[in-house]
Design a protein. Structure first.
Length: 218
């Protein structure tokens, strides 16, 4: 059987090195690349064609949810395993909706990472035990999907969520334009439309919105 190719994405070098060490201790697994933010993860997934992407949820430039959506849009056969410090029910639902096949806590990575990779290799899903129980409880109760916190302006598009994250991280319109390959005028138009849609009147309000909706971490 050919070696399983993995891409590891986390903005902390020590975490990436730890994940690489765990993965490479397993037979028939090879880490073909390490990404330091979500946007780089999307690019590297397109270039390296990994079988599995181990993806931190909270990353700069492009968060794990948006990166998952873009990776799977470009390469649907790739399987995404989310790694995070958080286990809230709404967040788990968002991860599943984005198309990830696994969800483990960083605190459980030493114990669960290899098992999760093996499960995804066999076209199964894998969730840390507490997360799996939360999912089961939610389905058994028939809980509806929570209404998100977005205002009456409506749901943001994927491109608008990307721009919200960049603005919340302090990027100027010019920096947004460079990051996304847009003209400055187009970036400014997007910014104005987003501010109007969210009824935000300052960047600080955009930051609060991004934190509240888990686009960035506080």
């Amino acid at each position: 059987m050919p070696a399983l190719k993995l891409l590891v994405a986390d903005d902390h070098e020590i975490v990436r090195k730890g994940l690489r060490a765990i993965v490479e201790s397993a037979h028939e697994c090879e880490v073909v690349g390490e990404a330091t933010d979500g946007r780089q993860a999307v690019t590297m997934a397109k270039e390296l064609n990994p079988d599995i992407v181990v993806l931190d949820l909270a990353m700069p430039s492009l968060n794990g949810l948006e990166a998952t959506r873009q990776i799977l849009k470009n390469r649907p056969q790739t399987k995404v395993l989310i790694l995070t410090m958080h286990e809230t029910d709404p967040l788990i639902r968002q991860v599943l909706d984005a198309g990830a096949r696994g969800y483990i806590l960083k605190t459980d990575a030493g114990r669960d990472l290899v098992s999760a990779i093996e499960a995804l290799r066999r076209n199964k899903t894998f969730f840390t035990s507490r997360v799996a129980q939360m999912i089961l409880d939610g389905f058994l109760k028939g809980d509806p999907k929570p209404v998100d916190n977005q205002p009456a302006g409506g749901r943001l598009t994927a491109r608008q969520r990307e721009i919200v994250q960049l603005l919340a991280e302090g990027k100027s319109s010019k920096e947004v334009a460079v990051a996304l390959g847009l003209s400055v005028k187009t970036a400014e138009t997007h910014r104005a439309n987003i501010m109007r849609k969210l009824d935000c009147h300052s960047v600080s309000e955009v930051v609060r919105y991004a934190i509240r909706n888990k686009i960035i971490e506080a």
